[in-house]
Design a protein around this ligand. Structure first.
Ligand code: M6R
Length: 357
C-alpha cells in the first residue's frame, strides 16, 4: 500500500536506505561478514568469464556490476542486453557463468537466453526480487534482492538493491579467486544507507532542479565518465520513461564525436562528478557544453566538489557511488513527470514486467 505517499515511486525511492539495511541483514553470517552461498562462490572461483544478461534498468545495474566484479573479484565480465544476446551470441569463453538480473524474474527476453544457455549446459545465477519467479526456478542458483514489492513501473529500489547485491557477490567472490579484499561491505553499505537518507531528506532541492531545468525542456542529456556514465544511462531511462522528455545518457568524452551538435541555448545537461580519476575530465566536458549555451547542472561528491556545483552528494566508497548518485536522478525524474501531469506510477505504453519477447 502507498500509505501517505501520493505515488508508489516516491515511496519506493524513500525505502532505499531500509532496503540497504535489509540486504546487509540477509547476507550477514554469524561473524558479521557478508557471505554468498558456498556453491555460488565455488562457481565464481572456477569461471574464466561472467556474462551478465538483463534488460532496462537491470541492464544498467549490470554495467555497474561489471565494474564491481572486475575490480573486487578480478574476473572478466561482459554485460549484454537479453534481447540482443539471444539472437547474436558472442563467442563464449571456455568456462562461462551467466548472471541474470531481473527485478520481476519474469522478463521474457532474459528467460529466452536462460533457456538457451541451460540447453548449452552452462551455470546460471539469477539475481531477482521475486522468490519462485520463472528466472529463479530455471537457474541453478538465486540471490534475492530483499527490496520488497516494487509496484511503480519505473524501477528505483530494485536498481540500488541489485547494485548492493552485486557488490556483495563481487566482494565475497574475491575471496574465492584470491583477490585482495578491498571493500568492507558491511561498513560501506552502512555509510551508503545513511547517505541515501540524507538525499531522501533533500527532496525540495531535487524538485527545484526539476522545475528549473526541465519544466519546459524538450530534451535532456546526462553525462558522466566511468561509472557515472552508467548512472547517467539510468537517469536518462528514468526521465524518458515517466516524463516523456527525450533524454540520453552519454560518456562525457564521446560528446565531441557527434552529440554535442545537439546542444543549443538552454539544453539541460545534468553531469555526475563522483569519480576522482575523471573529475577534471568531466568538468572539462561540462565547460564544452556550457560554452555552447547548455544549462548545466553538476551533481558532485563531497571531496570532489567545486564552486558552482548544484548539489554535493555525501561521500561514499568510490565503487559504491551509483547507489547514491542515482537517487537525485530518480527524484528529478519523479518531479519532472509530476509537474508535467504525467501518470508517474503507470507511464503510457509500458508494463511493469515485460513477459513477451
Ligand atoms: O523485471 P526486470 O528487472 O527484468 O525488468 C527489466 C526492465 O523491463 C525494467 O528494468 C524496465 O526498464 C523499468 N521499467 C525501468 O524503470
Amino acid at each position: 500500500e502507498k500509505g501517505t505517499y501520493p505515488h508508489f515511486m516516491l515511496k519506493e525511492i524513500d525505502e532505499q536506505p531500509l532496503v540497504m539495511r535489509k540486504i546487509i541483514q540477509a547476507y550477514q553470517n554469524e561473524d558479521g561478514n557478508l557471505e554468498i552461498d558456498s556453491d555460488i562462490k565455488q562457481a565464481m572461483g572456477a569461471t574464466d568469464r561472467i556474462y551478465i544478461i538483463a534488460c532496462g534498468t537491470s541492464y544498467h545495474a549490470g554495467l555497474v556490476g561489471k565494474q564491481l566484479i572486475e575490480k573486487l573479484a578480478k574476473i572478466p565480465v561482459e554485460v549484454h542486453l537479453a534481447s540482443e544476446f539471444g539472437y547474436n551470441m558472442p563467442l563464449l569463453s571456455a568456462k562461462p557463468i551467466f548472471i541474470f538480473i531481473s527485478q520481476s524474474g519474469e522478463t521474457a527476453d532474459s528467460r529466452a537466453v536462460l533457456v538457451k544457455v541451460k540447453e548449452m549446459g552452462h551455470c546460471a545465477i539469477t539475481i531477482t526480487n521475486v522468490p519462485g519467479s520463472t528466472l529463479s526456478r530455471e537457474a541453478d542458483y538465486t540471490m534475492l534482492l530483499h527490496a520488497g514489492p516494487e509496484i511503480a513501473v519505473a524501477s528505483t529500489k530494485a536498481y540500488t538493491a541489485q547494485v548492493a547485491v552485486l557488490a556483495i557477490l563481487a566482494s565475497d567472490a574475491g575471496a574465492a579467486t584470491g583477490a585482495k579484499a578491498e571493500l568492507d561491505v558491511v561498513k560501506e553499505l552502512g555509510i551508503v544507507a545513511s547517505a541515501m537518507e540524507t538525499l531522501c531528506n533533500s527532496k525540495e532541492e531535487f524538485e527545484k532542479i526539476a522545475t528549473e531545468y526541465l519544466a519546459v525542456a524538450f530534451d535532456c542529456f546526462f553525462i558522466g565518465r566511468s561509472v557515472d556514465y552508467y548512472v547517467g544511462l539510468e537517469g536518462a531511462l528514468k526521465l524518458k520513461e515517466i516524463s516523456y522528455i527525450q533524454a540520453e545518457g552519454f560518456a562525457g568524452g564521446e560528446l565531441k564525436h557527434g552529440t554535442i551538435a545537439l546542444i543549443e541555448r538552454h539544453t539541460p545537461v545534468i553531469a555526475l562528478a563522483t569519480q576522482f580519476g575523471v573529475n577534471g575530465a568531466i568538468r572539462a566536458n561540462v565547460r564544452e557544453v556550457a560554452a555552447r549555451g547548455a544549462s548545466t547542472c553538476i551533481i558532485s561528491m563531497k571531496g570532489l566538489e567545486t564552486e558552482g556545483d548544484r548539489f554535493v552528494l555525501p561521500a561514499v566508497h568510490e565503487l559504491l557511488t551509483p547507489l547514491v548518485s542515482v537517487i537525485p536522478l530518480q527524484l528529478i525524474s519523479y518531479y519532472a513527470a509530476l509537474h508535467r501531469g504525467c501518470d508517474v506510477d503507470k507511464p503510457r505504453n509500458l508494463a511493469k514486467s515485460v513477459t513477451v519477447e
